[in-house]
Design a protein around this ligand. Structure first.
Ligand code: GLP
Length: 252
């Protein structure tokens, strides 16, 4: 475990992604015991798969109770139905929603097939507000420093919005579309930077060597829209949970 007092982000390193997932799952279960009506913000991607597996195991053993919890996912592809095999909704059903006792009416998702996408983004913001805001936002990070689908750009967008995906991001999401980056939608809907930064607490998880550079820039670099995750430095309660490989470029 490393604590860097001169940095605004609190960093904890784990020997491997399994240890990381176990600790975070146990902390979320404890959070649910403390506040059964916890409002969680959730990511997709390869990184949280182990976390979701651990949460499902805790729930099966009666050690995590999601029955009164609320969830909001960060993002969704545009132009595909929720039931599409490549959708983030399908991913979440497979890895978490189908395996824990969340009430379906308290699972919130952006609909990338909505006829009016701007109205859909406004609806999502209003739902987050009426849930009382997000207590704990879990984040992954893209290799280019994106969070949710807030891609590197000249300017970042504050609230939930429609976004054009970078080629690198489409390549990294190809596994959901039979390995073919060409089949990955060109656009997505995503919570904005302010939506994310308004969560009371944020925990970003990163594992593997491919994340080492963007993690180092997130922690030690300037705030820049070229690396959206760098804006997490503005928040008072952000934890970065890393495995050894993702932490390898950080100087202690
Ligand atoms: C996607 C998601 C992000 C996620 C990122 C990293 O682009 N929109 O929310 O953090 O992928 O994915 P992985 O965990 O597979 O590296």
């Amino acid at each position: 475990m490393t604590w860097l007092p001169d940095l605004s982000l609190r960093i904890t390193t784990f020997p491997d992604d399994r240890a990381l997932a176990k600790k975070l799952a146990a902390d979320i279960a404890a959070g649910l015991r403390e506040n059964p009506r916890l409002v969680l913000g959730l990511p997709t991607g390869r990184t949280p798969i182990r976390l979701y597996r651990e949460l499902a195991a805790l729930c099966a053993r009666g050690e995590a109770d999601f029955s009164q919890a609320t969830t909001f996912n960060l993002d969704e592809f545009v132009g595909i139905e929720a039931s599409h095999p490549g959708s983030y909704r399908t991913f979440m059903e497979q890895h978490l929603f189908g395996k824990v006792n969340l009430a379906p009416e308290r699972i919130h998702f952006l609909n990338g097939a909505a006829p009016d996408l701007d109205a859909e983004c406004r609806r999502y913001e209003a739902e987050i507000t009426s849930a009382g805001g997000i207590h704990l936002q879990i984040l992954g990070i893209g290799t280019n420093g994106h969070i949710g689908f807030n891609e590197p750009a000249r300017e970042l967008v504050a609230r939930t919005h429609r976004v054009a995906l970078k080629a690198e991001t489409r390549r990294n999401n190809a596994a959901l579309f039979g390995g073919d980056p060409e089949r990955v939608p060109h656009e997505a809907l995503s919570m904005g930077m302010v939506t994310i930064l308004h969560a009371r607490r944020i925990i970003l998880i990163a594992t593997g060597k491919s994340k080492a550079r963007c993690i180092d820039r997130t922690v030690t670099g300037p705030l820049t829209p070229k690396l959206p995750a760098s804006f997490l430095q503005l928040h008072r309660h952000v934890d970065l949970l890393l495995d050894q490989a993702a932490a390898e470029k950080l100087s202690s």
